[in-house]
Design a protein around this ligand. Structure first.
Ligand SMILES: [Zn+2]
Length: 340
Protein backbone atom coordinates (compact mmCIF):
# COMPACT_ATOMS: atom_id res chain seq x y z
CA UNK A 1 0.00 0.00 0.00
CA UNK A 2 0.92 3.68 -0.19
CA UNK A 3 1.62 5.43 3.11
CA UNK A 4 3.18 8.61 4.41
CA UNK A 5 5.94 7.75 6.87
CA UNK A 6 8.53 9.70 8.79
CA UNK A 7 11.98 8.12 9.17
CA UNK A 8 13.28 11.01 11.26
CA UNK A 9 11.78 13.99 13.12
CA UNK A 10 11.78 17.44 11.55
CA UNK A 11 9.98 19.80 9.15
CA UNK A 12 7.47 18.86 6.41
CA UNK A 13 10.38 17.53 4.31
CA UNK A 14 10.61 14.40 6.53
CA UNK A 15 7.13 13.28 5.35
CA UNK A 16 7.76 10.54 2.78
CA UNK A 17 5.06 9.17 0.45
CA UNK A 18 6.16 5.61 -0.21
CA UNK A 19 5.16 1.99 -0.73
CA UNK A 20 5.06 -0.17 2.42
CA UNK A 21 3.84 -3.72 3.12
CA UNK A 22 0.05 -4.07 3.63
CA UNK A 23 -0.84 -4.49 7.33
CA UNK A 24 -2.34 -7.90 8.23
CA UNK A 25 -5.23 -7.87 10.74
CA UNK A 26 -4.93 -10.09 13.81
CA UNK A 27 -7.86 -12.42 14.51
CA UNK A 28 -9.38 -9.83 16.86
CA UNK A 29 -8.87 -6.94 14.42
CA UNK A 30 -10.58 -5.32 11.46
CA UNK A 31 -8.70 -4.12 8.38
CA UNK A 32 -10.07 -0.78 7.18
CA UNK A 33 -9.50 0.82 3.77
CA UNK A 34 -8.82 4.47 4.63
CA UNK A 35 -10.89 6.93 2.56
CA UNK A 36 -10.15 10.05 4.59
CA UNK A 37 -7.81 11.01 7.42
CA UNK A 38 -8.20 14.41 9.08
CA UNK A 39 -5.21 16.30 10.48
CA UNK A 40 -4.73 17.63 14.00
CA UNK A 41 -2.00 19.75 15.61
CA UNK A 42 -0.83 16.44 17.09
CA UNK A 43 0.41 15.51 13.58
CA UNK A 44 2.78 18.48 13.66
CA UNK A 45 4.01 17.66 17.20
CA UNK A 46 4.65 13.99 16.30
CA UNK A 47 6.44 14.99 13.09
CA UNK A 48 8.71 17.37 15.04
CA UNK A 49 9.41 14.67 17.66
CA UNK A 50 7.57 13.29 20.69
CA UNK A 51 8.76 10.68 23.20
CA UNK A 52 7.32 7.18 22.60
CA UNK A 53 7.20 7.49 18.80
CA UNK A 54 9.08 4.63 17.10
CA UNK A 55 10.50 5.30 13.61
CA UNK A 56 9.55 4.78 10.88
CA UNK A 57 6.10 5.98 11.83
CA UNK A 58 2.74 6.64 10.13
CA UNK A 59 0.90 9.79 11.29
CA UNK A 60 -2.84 10.44 11.40
CA UNK A 61 -5.48 10.12 14.16
CA UNK A 62 -8.91 10.75 12.59
CA UNK A 63 -9.85 8.01 10.16
CA UNK A 64 -12.93 7.09 8.11
CA UNK A 65 -13.18 4.35 5.51
CA UNK A 66 -14.62 0.97 4.62
CA UNK A 67 -14.22 -2.44 6.25
CA UNK A 68 -11.84 -4.41 4.00
CA UNK A 69 -11.26 -7.61 6.00
CA UNK A 70 -12.58 -9.03 9.27
CA UNK A 71 -10.55 -11.11 11.74
CA UNK A 72 -11.83 -14.61 12.64
CA UNK A 73 -12.79 -13.64 16.21
CA UNK A 74 -14.74 -10.53 15.14
CA UNK A 75 -18.50 -10.50 14.56
CA UNK A 76 -20.97 -7.77 13.70
CA UNK A 77 -19.26 -6.15 10.70
CA UNK A 78 -19.61 -6.57 6.93
CA UNK A 79 -16.94 -6.08 4.26
CA UNK A 80 -17.60 -2.74 2.58
CA UNK A 81 -19.34 -1.25 5.64
CA UNK A 82 -18.71 2.50 6.09
CA UNK A 83 -17.06 3.26 9.42
CA UNK A 84 -14.99 5.70 11.42
CA UNK A 85 -12.34 4.74 13.97
CA UNK A 86 -12.21 5.73 17.61
CA UNK A 87 -8.94 7.72 17.53
CA UNK A 88 -7.32 5.95 20.47
CA UNK A 89 -5.46 2.84 21.54
CA UNK A 90 -5.84 1.21 24.98
CA UNK A 91 -5.33 -2.22 26.58
CA UNK A 92 -9.07 -2.90 27.09
CA UNK A 93 -8.51 -5.14 30.16
CA UNK A 94 -6.95 -3.05 32.96
CA UNK A 95 -9.11 -1.71 35.86
CA UNK A 96 -9.37 1.73 34.18
CA UNK A 97 -10.38 0.28 30.80
CA UNK A 98 -13.01 -2.07 32.20
CA UNK A 99 -14.37 0.86 34.24
CA UNK A 100 -14.82 2.73 30.95
CA UNK A 101 -12.01 5.20 31.67
CA UNK A 102 -9.93 4.29 28.62
CA UNK A 103 -8.16 7.69 28.59
CA UNK A 104 -6.68 6.87 32.04
CA UNK A 105 -5.27 3.48 30.88
CA UNK A 106 -1.49 3.28 31.31
CA UNK A 107 -1.22 2.12 27.70
CA UNK A 108 -3.56 4.84 26.39
CA UNK A 109 -2.35 6.67 23.31
CA UNK A 110 -3.88 8.45 20.36
CA UNK A 111 -3.86 6.72 16.96
CA UNK A 112 -0.92 8.12 15.00
CA UNK A 113 0.95 9.07 18.20
CA UNK A 114 2.65 6.07 19.87
CA UNK A 115 1.02 3.65 17.39
CA UNK A 116 0.77 3.91 13.59
CA UNK A 117 -2.08 6.04 12.26
CA UNK A 118 -4.12 6.58 9.11
CA UNK A 119 -1.92 8.46 6.63
CA UNK A 120 -2.07 5.32 4.48
CA UNK A 121 -4.43 3.15 2.44
CA UNK A 122 -5.04 0.31 4.95
CA UNK A 123 -5.04 0.15 8.75
CA UNK A 124 -5.63 -2.81 11.09
CA UNK A 125 -7.30 -1.93 14.42
CA UNK A 126 -9.05 -3.81 17.27
CA UNK A 127 -12.76 -4.31 16.58
CA UNK A 128 -13.61 -2.08 19.58
CA UNK A 129 -12.33 0.94 17.60
CA UNK A 130 -14.62 0.42 14.61
CA UNK A 131 -17.86 2.45 14.60
CA UNK A 132 -20.40 2.35 11.71
CA UNK A 133 -21.43 5.74 10.23
CA UNK A 134 -24.73 6.78 8.63
CA UNK A 135 -25.00 7.58 4.88
CA UNK A 136 -25.68 11.23 5.78
CA UNK A 137 -21.96 11.69 6.54
CA UNK A 138 -19.39 11.43 3.76
CA UNK A 139 -15.92 10.10 4.58
CA UNK A 140 -14.34 13.56 4.81
CA UNK A 141 -17.01 14.73 7.25
CA UNK A 142 -16.77 11.51 9.30
CA UNK A 143 -12.97 11.80 9.57
CA UNK A 144 -13.33 15.40 10.78
CA UNK A 145 -15.34 14.41 13.85
CA UNK A 146 -13.75 11.99 16.34
CA UNK A 147 -10.75 13.65 18.02
CA UNK A 148 -12.01 17.21 18.34
CA UNK A 149 -15.64 16.47 19.17
CA UNK A 150 -14.61 13.86 21.75
CA UNK A 151 -12.08 16.30 23.25
CA UNK A 152 -14.65 19.12 23.36
CA UNK A 153 -17.29 16.85 24.92
CA UNK A 154 -14.95 15.49 27.61
CA UNK A 155 -13.79 19.04 28.48
CA UNK A 156 -17.26 20.59 28.73
CA UNK A 157 -19.34 17.68 30.00
CA UNK A 158 -16.91 15.17 31.55
CA UNK A 159 -14.62 17.67 33.27
CA UNK A 160 -16.32 21.09 33.64
CA UNK A 161 -19.84 19.60 34.05
CA UNK A 162 -21.36 22.51 32.09
CA UNK A 163 -24.94 23.45 32.99
CA UNK A 164 -27.60 25.30 30.93
CA UNK A 165 -27.37 29.06 31.28
CA UNK A 166 -23.70 29.11 32.24
CA UNK A 167 -21.25 31.30 30.33
CA UNK A 168 -18.27 29.68 28.59
CA UNK A 169 -15.18 31.31 27.10
CA UNK A 170 -13.86 29.15 24.24
CA UNK A 171 -10.43 30.11 22.92
CA UNK A 172 -9.78 29.96 19.17
CA UNK A 173 -13.12 29.64 17.33
CA UNK A 174 -11.34 28.44 14.17
CA UNK A 175 -9.53 25.52 15.85
CA UNK A 176 -10.93 22.00 15.73
CA UNK A 177 -11.64 21.98 19.46
CA UNK A 178 -13.12 25.50 19.24
CA UNK A 179 -15.55 24.54 16.47
CA UNK A 180 -16.67 21.46 18.40
CA UNK A 181 -16.90 23.18 21.80
CA UNK A 182 -18.94 26.15 20.50
CA UNK A 183 -21.56 23.81 19.04
CA UNK A 184 -21.67 21.51 22.09
CA UNK A 185 -22.01 24.45 24.50
CA UNK A 186 -24.81 26.03 22.42
CA UNK A 187 -26.61 22.67 22.14
CA UNK A 188 -26.57 22.62 25.98
CA UNK A 189 -28.03 26.15 26.13
CA UNK A 190 -24.92 27.81 27.49
CA UNK A 191 -23.87 31.36 26.58
CA UNK A 192 -20.73 31.28 24.41
CA UNK A 193 -17.96 33.85 24.18
CA UNK A 194 -15.20 32.94 21.73
CA UNK A 195 -12.15 34.51 20.10
CA UNK A 196 -11.02 34.83 16.48
CA UNK A 197 -8.31 36.70 14.58
CA UNK A 198 -10.02 38.34 11.60
CA UNK A 199 -13.41 39.45 10.28
CA UNK A 200 -13.96 36.30 8.20
CA UNK A 201 -13.38 34.01 11.18
CA UNK A 202 -15.47 36.22 13.47
CA UNK A 203 -18.39 35.86 11.05
CA UNK A 204 -17.93 32.08 10.85
CA UNK A 205 -17.82 31.84 14.66
CA UNK A 206 -21.17 33.67 14.81
CA UNK A 207 -22.60 31.27 12.23
CA UNK A 208 -21.59 28.37 14.49
CA UNK A 209 -23.71 29.93 17.22
CA UNK A 210 -21.27 31.97 19.33
CA UNK A 211 -23.06 34.78 21.17
CA UNK A 212 -19.99 37.04 21.42
CA UNK A 213 -16.74 37.00 19.43
CA UNK A 214 -13.61 38.80 20.66
CA UNK A 215 -10.90 39.77 18.15
CA UNK A 216 -7.88 38.39 20.01
CA UNK A 217 -5.42 40.51 18.01
CA UNK A 218 -7.19 43.84 18.58
CA UNK A 219 -8.92 43.40 21.93
CA UNK A 220 -7.79 42.23 25.37
CA UNK A 221 -9.69 39.01 26.06
CA UNK A 222 -10.20 39.39 29.84
CA UNK A 223 -11.30 43.06 29.52
CA UNK A 224 -13.89 42.18 26.87
CA UNK A 225 -15.10 39.23 28.97
CA UNK A 226 -15.56 41.57 31.95
CA UNK A 227 -17.68 43.94 29.83
CA UNK A 228 -19.79 41.12 28.36
CA UNK A 229 -20.41 39.49 31.78
CA UNK A 230 -21.08 42.71 33.67
CA UNK A 231 -17.68 42.44 35.47
CA UNK A 232 -18.46 38.95 36.77
CA UNK A 233 -16.33 36.66 34.55
CA UNK A 234 -17.23 33.31 32.99
CA UNK A 235 -18.14 29.98 34.60
CA UNK A 236 -15.91 27.91 32.33
CA UNK A 237 -12.87 28.57 30.14
CA UNK A 238 -11.94 26.08 27.39
CA UNK A 239 -8.14 26.42 26.95
CA UNK A 240 -5.86 24.75 24.40
CA UNK A 241 -3.65 27.65 23.30
CA UNK A 242 -1.32 27.62 26.33
CA UNK A 243 1.34 30.23 27.07
CA UNK A 244 0.01 32.94 24.75
CA UNK A 245 -3.46 33.12 26.33
CA UNK A 246 -3.11 31.51 29.79
CA UNK A 247 -3.02 34.72 31.83
CA UNK A 248 -6.01 36.16 29.96
CA UNK A 249 -7.89 32.89 30.36
CA UNK A 250 -7.36 32.71 34.13
CA UNK A 251 -8.31 36.39 34.54
CA UNK A 252 -11.56 35.78 32.64
CA UNK A 253 -12.89 33.34 35.26
CA UNK A 254 -15.55 34.32 37.77
CA UNK A 255 -15.05 33.40 41.45
CA UNK A 256 -15.48 29.63 41.70
CA UNK A 257 -14.99 29.26 37.94
CA UNK A 258 -13.35 26.34 36.16
CA UNK A 259 -10.60 26.39 33.54
CA UNK A 260 -10.16 23.19 31.51
CA UNK A 261 -7.10 22.75 29.32
CA UNK A 262 -6.38 20.10 26.70
CA UNK A 263 -3.34 21.56 24.98
CA UNK A 264 -0.42 23.94 24.83
CA UNK A 265 -0.11 24.88 21.16
CA UNK A 266 1.89 28.06 21.91
CA UNK A 267 4.00 26.60 24.72
CA UNK A 268 3.59 24.55 27.94
CA UNK A 269 5.09 26.75 30.70
CA UNK A 270 2.73 29.18 32.45
CA UNK A 271 2.61 31.24 35.67
CA UNK A 272 0.01 30.73 38.36
CA UNK A 273 -0.52 33.32 41.11
CA UNK A 274 -1.52 31.10 44.02
CA UNK A 275 -3.17 34.02 45.85
CA UNK A 276 -5.52 34.45 42.89
CA UNK A 277 -6.14 30.68 42.73
CA UNK A 278 -7.16 30.25 46.38
CA UNK A 279 -8.88 33.57 47.06
CA UNK A 280 -11.05 33.30 43.92
CA UNK A 281 -11.55 29.52 44.53
CA UNK A 282 -10.71 28.66 40.94
CA UNK A 283 -10.50 25.09 39.58
CA UNK A 284 -7.80 24.28 37.02
CA UNK A 285 -8.53 20.96 35.28
CA UNK A 286 -6.61 18.88 32.76
CA UNK A 287 -8.39 16.97 30.02
CA UNK A 288 -7.05 14.39 27.59
CA UNK A 289 -9.25 13.08 24.75
CA UNK A 290 -12.17 11.20 26.33
CA UNK A 291 -13.72 7.79 26.91
CA UNK A 292 -15.38 5.36 24.47
CA UNK A 293 -18.74 5.99 26.12
CA UNK A 294 -18.33 9.76 25.65
CA UNK A 295 -17.35 9.17 22.01
CA UNK A 296 -20.59 7.23 21.40
CA UNK A 297 -22.56 9.95 23.18
CA UNK A 298 -21.17 12.83 21.10
CA UNK A 299 -21.34 10.79 17.87
CA UNK A 300 -25.07 10.32 18.51
CA UNK A 301 -25.50 14.09 18.25
CA UNK A 302 -23.29 14.27 15.13
CA UNK A 303 -25.17 11.43 13.43
CA UNK A 304 -28.48 13.17 14.23
CA UNK A 305 -27.19 16.40 12.64
CA UNK A 306 -27.20 18.45 15.85
CA UNK A 307 -23.40 18.85 15.74
CA UNK A 308 -21.64 19.43 12.42
CA UNK A 309 -18.02 18.92 11.37
CA UNK A 310 -16.45 21.85 9.51
CA UNK A 311 -13.95 21.16 6.72
CA UNK A 312 -11.50 23.80 5.56
CA UNK A 313 -9.51 21.99 2.91
CA UNK A 314 -9.04 18.52 1.37
CA UNK A 315 -5.63 17.45 0.00
CA UNK A 316 -4.56 14.22 -1.75
CA UNK A 317 -2.45 12.16 0.68
CA UNK A 318 0.59 12.45 -1.61
CA UNK A 319 0.48 16.26 -1.04
CA UNK A 320 0.88 15.78 2.73
CA UNK A 321 3.85 18.18 2.89
CA UNK A 322 1.74 21.01 1.43
CA UNK A 323 -1.02 20.14 3.92
CA UNK A 324 1.41 20.39 6.86
CA UNK A 325 2.74 23.75 5.62
CA UNK A 326 -0.84 24.95 5.24
CA UNK A 327 -1.70 23.90 8.82
CA UNK A 328 1.43 25.53 10.25
CA UNK A 329 0.24 28.89 8.90
CA UNK A 330 -2.86 28.44 11.17
CA UNK A 331 -5.10 30.25 8.70
CA UNK A 332 -7.72 27.51 8.47
CA UNK A 333 -11.26 27.47 9.84
CA UNK A 334 -12.02 23.78 10.31
CA UNK A 335 -10.37 20.51 9.49
CA UNK A 336 -7.73 19.71 6.90
CA UNK A 337 -8.42 16.27 5.43
CA UNK A 338 -6.11 13.93 3.49
CA UNK A 339 -7.49 11.50 0.88
CA UNK A 340 -5.41 8.39 0.01
ZN1 LIG B 1 -6.26 -0.31 29.98
Amino acid sequence: MKAVRIHQFGGPEVLTYETVPDPRPRKDQVLVRVRACAMNHLDLFVRKGLPGVNLPHILGSDIAGEVAEIGDYVTGFKVGQRVLLAPMSFCNHCPKCVAGLQNQCRQFTVLGNAVDGGNCELIAVPAVNVIPIPDSLDFNQAASVPLVFLTGWHMLIGRAVLRPGQTVLILGANSGVGIAAIQIAKMLHARVITTAGDEGKIEMARELGADFVINHYQQKISEEVRKITNFEGVDVVIEHVGQATWEQSVKSLKAGGTLVTCGATTGPKVDIDLRFLFSRQISLLGSYMGTMSELYEVLGHVFAGRLKPVIDHIFPLKDVRIAHEYMEKSQMFGKIVLNP
